[in-house]
Design a protein around this ligand. Structure first.
Ligand SMILES: CC(C)(COP(=O)(O)OP(=O)(O)OC[C@H]1O[C@@H](n2cnc3c(N)ncnc32)[C@H](O)[C@@H]1OP(=O)(O)O)[C@@H](O)C(=O)NCCC(=O)NCCS
Length: 267
C-alpha cells in the first residue's frame, strides 16, 4: 500500500544528486530480506554499536505480519529507509514500554511501539525518519486500537532523539534496557494533538545523565533538544564510522513540568 510519494536527493560525496522519485509504502513479508540487509549495513556504520538494538530475522518478520507493520521508502525500487511499528503483548516486560513507566495492564493493552528506524547514509538529510513517523502515527490512529505510543532511544543518538521530539514525543524516563543499553523512554499520546511547546523549567546536557535522572524523577519531561551555544566538537559518523562521536556533548535537553495527557505516574 503506497502512503506517500515525493522527491528526495542522494548524497554523492559532498554534493547532492538531482531530485529522485521516492515511494513510501507499507511493506509486506517479501521485503524481509531487503529490510534485514539495510539493518545490517547501518549497524556496520554506527559510531556507537549500542545506539541500535539489532533484530533477528524472525522478530523482524513478525513486524511485517500480525505483530505490527513496517513503512519503507523506495528509490528506483531499492529500499533506502524503513520505520517499524510493533504491537506488544500487554504482559511483555521487554517490549511493552508501558510497564517501564508504571502503566496499568489496561493502559499497556492500549500501548504500541515505534521500534527501529533506519535511513541509508546516502539518503540522510531528507527528513525521511520524520516523514515515516508522521505516516506511521496516522496509520496507527486509523486503527483506533491504541491510546499510547512509546519508543526507546539512546541519548547518544542525537539524530533520532531530535526526530522523535519533532514527531511530538516527550522524554518521560531514562533507564537501562536490552541487557544494559541506556535508553530514554519517550511517549506520545495518540488521542491528543501536540499543542504549542511548553515553557522550559529545567535544562540538562544530553550526556549529563545524573542531572536528567533527577529532573525526570521530580516529574518533569523533556520536550526539546537544542545546541549548547559555543560548544564545538568534531564531526560525524558519515565521515568516520569508527571514532566515538562527541556530537551528543553539543546538545542539551529542555524539560517542562506541564501536565501531559496520558502520563500520570511515571518515575
Ligand atoms: C535516525 C536517522 C533515521 C535519521 O535520519 P534522517 O531522517 O535522514 O535525518 P534528518 O533528515 O533529520 O537529518 C538532518 C541532518 O542530520 C544529518 N544526519 C542524520 N543522521 C545522521 C547520522 N546518523 N550521522 C551523521 N549525520 C546524520 C543529515 O545528514 C542531515 O544533515 P544536513 O542537514 O547537513 O543535510 C538516521 O540517523 C539513521 O538511520 N541512523 C542509524 C540508525 C539508528 O540509529 N536508528 C535509531 C535507533 S532504532
Amino acid at each position: 500500500m503506497i502512503v506517500e510519494t515525493g522527491k528526495i536527493r542522494r548524497r554523492i560525496g559532498n554534493q547532492l544528486s538531482p531530485e529522485l522519485s521516492a515511494v513510501m509504502k507499507v511493506l509486506d513479508e517479501n521485503c524481509l530480506a531487503e529490510v534485514m540487509r539495510l539493518q545490517y549495513m547501518i549497524i556496520e556504520r554506527l559510531s556507537r554499536k549500542d545506539m541500535l538494538q539489532p533484530f533477528p530475522p524472525e522478530f523482524m518478520r513478525s513486524h511485517l505480519s500480525e505483530k505490527g507493520f513496517i513503512i519503507g521508502v523506495l528509490v528506483e525500487n531499492e529500499l533506502v529507509a524503513f520505520r517499524n511499528v510493533y504491537y506488544p503483548d500487554a504482559t511483555d516486560q521487554e517490549w511493552n514500554l508501558g510497564s517501564d513507566i508504571g502503566f496499568s495492564k489496561e493502559e499497556c493493552r492500549r500501548s504500541v511501539n515505534f521500534q527501529m528506524v533506519c535511513v541509508h547514509p546516502l539518503y540522510r538529510g531528507n527528513n525521511l525518519a520524520y516523514k515515516m513517523n508522521c505516516q506511521a502515527i496516522r496509520l496507527i490512529r486509523e486503527q483506533e486500537r491504541f491510546d499510547h505510543l512509546l519508543a526507546t532511544v539512546s541519548p547518544y543518538n542525537y539524530w533520532n532523539v531530535n526526530t522523535l521530539l519533532k514527531s511530538g514525543f516527550i522524554i518521560v524516563g531514562l533507564k537501562y534496557k536490552y541487557g544494559g543499553k541506556l535508553r530514554y523512554i519517550v511517549y506520545r499520546n495518540l488521542k491528543s494533538t501536540p499543542s504549542s511547546l511548553p515553557e522550559t523549567d529545567q535544562v540538562a546536557g544530553l550526556t549529563d545523565f545524573q542531572k536528567q535522572e533527577k529532573i525526570l524523577r521530580e516529574g518533569y519531561h523533556g520536550f526539546r533538544i537544542c545546541e549548547i551555544p559555543g560548544v564545538h566538537t568534531p564531526v560525524d559518523e558519515i565521515c568516520d564510522p569508527h571514532h566515538i562521536s562527541r556530537i551528543p556533548e553539543r546538545y542539551e535537553i529542555h524539560f517542562s513540568k506541564s501536565p501531559v495527557a496520558g502520563i500520570h505516574k511515571h518515575g
